[in-house]
Design a protein around this ligand. Structure first.
Ligand code: TRP
Ligand code: SF4
Length: 445
């Protein structure tokens, strides 16, 4: 089972998304979709198909409380339309009020792929950061960094490392005995990336969402486990013989912490050696207040008080030539930095769900579910749902021919890339004003 999801696999194809619900405990996104105001098209169209604990983020978002979004990019090759999905998701949450974080995972690239740091920096800025800004990431309300330049993240990685054993890592990632230690450490760094938005330097604990492709789920699960282990207290609701009560357990050797907590809680508590209990019949509103008080005591004692990080998962796009999309096969993917005319040519050559002859196409209709061109239109090029549905219907009923579809997609892609590349130029100006912006820009000239 563990080999089904491999974050460093060559193939990031997942054949059976249903299994992620049944075997891995990912929740269907469709369940919470109705609670989201103006959902992103990835959400509306089921491209984001799953989540863990997104309800917590959604509740903060809808109540205008603090929350954060964080995701990262491994700088290995050119930034492409698959990366654009994560960027769009970060930016969407930022516009919904999230404190937005994004990192260039150069420690991971260096440790796992052996890419020299100077190359990571060049690619990080010249490919990823400029595209992220061009797509709309707001530097005034966001935090961008390289893992290798962020001492806070590195320190958090070591703290996370005090809670993870070798056998646990091997069980999760299928590491064999020749795995390099730096590769394992890069997992801790990613955990730290995800925890950083909850650091006291950024205002402390808050719901945090990590938008990623489904291949990253092992990291998310591990981070959720480690975040819970790093807490000083754990809170549990219990019922015995119809009586409801709450039990707060002390998980770290913190002297007097339970007494301190008991004195702050507006409840009559029963004290035991490692936990305190109190009767509790009220609704959810109050449990949030209890959690807040518990976190407050934790922070005062130098603890973290982490919320379990949440995640959303999107499906991977298929490659233009069929098969998987991979930057090692340039024909299969569109880079955000390639000449727009070149990209348009690739779109025109892409695999469709069309039939062999025009006659068959009219008779049986096309197969949008197998069509890379349809997928491009749906994921990146057409915002209007009604228009998208029309294309689907026309294809299915054989009224549309692939050539017209490809021409439409090629033209929209050409336009998109032209604008995007102009925006990348403008982004340099904004980057110059950012903390490390000048230094980063010097990597690309
Ligand atoms: N491992 C991720 C990838 O390969 C990159 C990454 C680094 C990341 N830190 C992160 C993703 C934090 C999400 C959150 O794409
Ligand atoms: Fe794909 Fe369009 Fe052909 Fe249908 S008509 S198979 S959507 S290219």
């Amino acid at each position: 089972m563990r080999n089904l999801i491999d974050p460093w696999g060559v193939s990031c194809e997942i054949e059976n998304y249903e299994r992620l619900f049944t075997d891995f405990g990912i929740s269907p996104f469709a369940e919470i979709l109705p609670k989201i105001e103006d959902p992103h098209l990835y959400m509306r169209r089921g491209i984001i198909f799953g989540h863990r604990g997104y309800d917590v983020v959604l509740s903060a978002m809808n109540k205008k409380e603090d929350f954060a979004v964080i995701s990262g990019f491994m700088p290995s090759g050119k930034v492409h339309i698959g990366n654009k999905m994560v960027m769009d998701e970060i930016i969407w949450h930022q516009r919904k009020g999230a404190a937005a974080f994004s990192c260039i995972a150069d420690i991971e690239s260096h440790s796992v792929r052996g890419i020299p740091y100077d190359r990571c920096k060049r690619i990080g800025v010249g490919e990823y950061i400029l595209s992220l800004l061009a797509l709309g990431f707001d530097l005034d309300r966001g935090f961008l960094y390289f893992q290798s330049e962020n001492r806070r993240v590195q320190d958090l990685a070591i703290e996370a490392g005090t809670e993870v054993s070798l056998s646990e890592m091997s069980a999760i990632y299928g590491f064999s005995s020749d795995v390099k230690i730096a590769h394992m450490f890069s997992v801790l760094v990613q955990i730290a990336d995800i925890m950083q938005p909850q650091h006291t330097d950024f205002g402390g604990p808050k719901p945090t969402v990590v938008p990623v492709g489904a291949d990253q789920d092992p990291h998310i699960r591990l981070t959720r486990d480690v975040a819970a282990r790093m807490r000083i207290f754990s809170i549990e609701k219990r019922t015995i013989e119809g009586r409801h009560y709450i039990s707060v357990r002390l998980k770290k050797p913190e002297k007097d912490a339970l007494d301190e907590l008991a004195s702050r809680l507006p409840y009559e508590t029963r004290k035991y050696e490692r936990h305190i209990d109190f009767d509790f019949e009220a609704g959810d509103g109050d449990i949030k207040e209890i959690e807040r008080i518990v976190r407050e005591v934790e922070i005062e004692r130098g603890g973290y008080g982490f919320f379990l990080p949440s995640s959303t998962y999107h499906k991977f796009m298929r490659g233009l030539t069929g098969g998987k999309m991979s930057s090692s096969n340039p024909q299969s993917v569109i880079a955000l930095t390639e000449p727009p005319e070149e990209a348009a040519r690739k779109v025109k050559k892409a695999l469709t769900g069309g039939r062999v002859t025009a006659e068959e196409q009219r008779k049986y209709g096309g197969e949008p579910a197998k069509c890379a061109v349809y997928e491009l239109l749906m994921t990146h090029l057409i915002e209007d749902d009604a228009y998208m549905r029309e294309i689907y219907e026309e294809c299915k009923t054989g009224r549309k021919i692939c050539r017209s579809c490809k021409e439409l997609a090629a033209e929209l892609m050409l336009k998109f890339l032209k604008t995007h590349q102009e925006e990348r130029e403008n982004a340099k100006e904004r980057l110059r004003e950012y903390d490390f912006g000048r230094k980063w820009l010097s990597y690309v000239v």
